[in-house]
Every structure is written in C-alpha cells, then in structure tokens.
Design a protein around this ligand. Sequence first.
Ligand SMILES: [Mg+2]
Length: 456
Amino acid sequence: MTQKWLKNRFQTSRRRFLGSAAGAAALGAFWTEQDLQGWQQNVRTASKPSDLKITDLRVAHVVGAPMRCPLIRLETNQGIHGLGEVRDGASPTYALMLKSRLVGENPCDVDRIFRKIKQFGFHARQAGGVCGIEMALWDLAGKAYNVPAYQMLGGKFREDIRLYCDTTESSDPKVYGQRLKQRRDEGFTFLKMDLGVRLVEKIPGTVTAPLGVSSRTTSRIEHMFTGMELTEKGVALMADYCGAVREAVGWDIPLAADHFGHIGVNSCIRLGKALEKYNLAYLEDMIPWMYTDLWKQITDAVNIPTLTGEDIYLKEPFIELCKAHAVDMIHPDLASSGGLLETKKIGDMAMEYGHAMMMHFAGTPVSFMANLHCAAATENFIALEFHSQEVPWWEDMVTGIPKPIVNKGFAKVPQGPGLGVELNDEVVKQHLAPGTSYFAPSTEWDNERSWDRLYS
Ligand SMILES: [Mg+2]
C-alpha cells in the first residue's frame, strides 16, 4: 500500500465519519486524533462511552397493552437515549424518584448504578423503578458500544425464545380447552391455564370456609390464613375440569396451571395429587413465595413440578428457595427480580441447584426485548410469558426489528444495539394514560435528595 492510498483512505473515512450522526454527536464531546484513527481501524465507537452522562429521566405512561405500563427514557449528553419500562401496573414514581441519583452518572456502569439504587426497590411492583432503569442502562450501554444487550451478558444460548401465552379463562372447560387449543394452532408450544377454586365454589359441597369467606374476599389474605379448604368433591371437580382441558389441547404439549385461589397448604397438596394424572408442566404460586418450608411440603408431596417467583425482588430469596429445593422451577419477572443481569444471575444460580427458569412478563415490547436478551443469555431458560396476543397495536409500538415480533409462539432475539428497538412515537402517543403526556419534562424530581447510606 502506498502512502498516497493510506492518506486518501484516511481523509475519505474521516469525512464520512464527521458527516455521520455519530460524528456530529462526537463533535460535542472531545475527540482526539487517536480516537479518529481508532475508528478508522474499525473500532466501533457508536458513542464516546467514557464521557457518556445521564442528563434526564422522563416517562410515558401506556395503557391498554393490555395492562398499564410506564415507559421510561434516560437522556444523555451525547444524543443517545435508553428505553426501559416500570413493571405493569406500577407507578412511574418508582422510577422518577431515582432521577436525581442518576443524573451525571455514566450509564455504561450498569452494575455499579444498579447497586447504588437497588435499596429503593422491593418485591413485586415496588421493584419497578429500579428494574426499569436497569433495562434503560443496558439499552444505553449497548448503543454506546454498538452491541446487543445479550452480548454484554455473555452471549446467547439460543436465537429463538419460546413463549407461552396468557389465555382468557372460562368456567366451561370445553370453551377454555378450545381457546387453549387455538393457542396451539397459532404455533405456541407451551400452554398455561388458570385453575381456580372459583370454578367450583358455587357448587354446594366443594369448599369448606368460614361464613362470608370466598375467593372474592380472600384475594388479599395469604393463602394459609383464609380458612378455605377444598372438599373431596371440590378436588374431584377441579381435576375433572383440568382433565377436559388436557384432552382438548393434547397430551404431548406442556400445560401448566396457575391462579388456584387462596386455599390452605393441605388443599394444595390434595389438589396437586389429583392433578398428577394430567402430567402438568408445573403448579404456579399455590402459596406465597416467601414460605420456603411450606413450599417444600407441597413440592415433596406432589409429583408435579412446582414454581414460584414472579414477585420476588433480587436473587437472595431465589437462592433460599433453590438451596432448599422448595420449588422445582423458578419464575422471575425481570421487571421485579432486578433487571437483565440480576435475572441472569438468578437463572445461573438455579441451574447449579438443578432448577429450570421460566420467565414471567406482562408489558410493552420494550420490557419484552429486555426479557428476550436475558432469556437468550441464560442457559436453563425454558419459556417466557406473553399477555398481549390480542392487542393489535402491541407490535406497532416499536420499530427497528423484523415483524412479526411474535411469530408462531417464538420471538427472535433482537440484533440491534442495546435492547434493539426504538419507539414508534405516533403509536405510543395514541395509547397514553388519560391526562398524561409523552416524555414530558420531569424537573420536579431534579432535586430529590436524602442521605441514602445503609450503614454507619
Ligand atoms: Mg402467575
């Protein structure tokens, strides 16, 4: 190669670079000649990661997806932004209250920032702010380094993520069986049904309960404290219902059961035993996740896998469950369990104890993408929940990814940088919560301060 050729190549590349969006953004920062030469040698510098700073956090509150989902957007000093999502049904305040702790931080330090803010999360929806921000940090780090999130988690075990689909229940097992069969016909390869005590409790002789106690009055009372127990007749009718659904969908496809209602541990065991003959994939959330010893009683007594975890925050409670082999499978919701990296850690830990990971999810494509990256990067993953098969505009909320996103019961892991999608502003604006605006300024949260130290 001649000197002249090298000089020409350098100048052409430099012109192309400075004319590009990345070049324009980079001019705002300080780029040395060395940086430009690094870029010339195909070092991917989509941004200037070491100088990247968070400048703002804004929200857009989507409704009808079918659930309420607050989207968040982290802005930066380099023109790139990160998308995240607070867990379904939770308040955007959980994220906004963290804004002042994030502004000025380099979003590429995902784990360090997560450890700084994780004290402001708790189980279920209260984890939504911390986890939504963690998603947005990965989106930013991926955009800054121009790699997909799964790559930063250690690469992928699979391209296609298996989904299982929420399906509206019916008191008629024939109707419900047909709806589930329809899922199978749509290409879904893993099914889950609701199988609650409410199916039978109006039939005399099925449930024993203190006067005035029913599935309607006990939804906020922990299962063991309701005094509700199934009779032999109740157990038999629920098992028959399950059997009719099993016949409709076929015996070769995994079929799980959830939402049993708040019945005592002994009823769970007797029902579980009666369901064994239908070879279910797992029994979900029969009792609250935090009762490790009671879970172990159910798991040891029933020859169907048990599963819990969609409301657990952080890895420690999962470690306790897995170490005790109190459940057979775990079921984190990434928007509660601590985000992408913590959920991969949870999956890896569970695998060491011999337990598989299903993933709970209900939200928009933003959080869905976070789940796909994590599911791709976690070896013992089986299937991811999906609730929006009947929402026609769900996929239209995002761009930058091949459609359909959900295709015959699977979704492909995104290949774009970060989470791999951008919002379709027009579509999202059509589905905002009444009285809210699209990523409006959140200056009222700029000065939220407290002395956050956890020890002295
Ligand atoms: Mg569930």
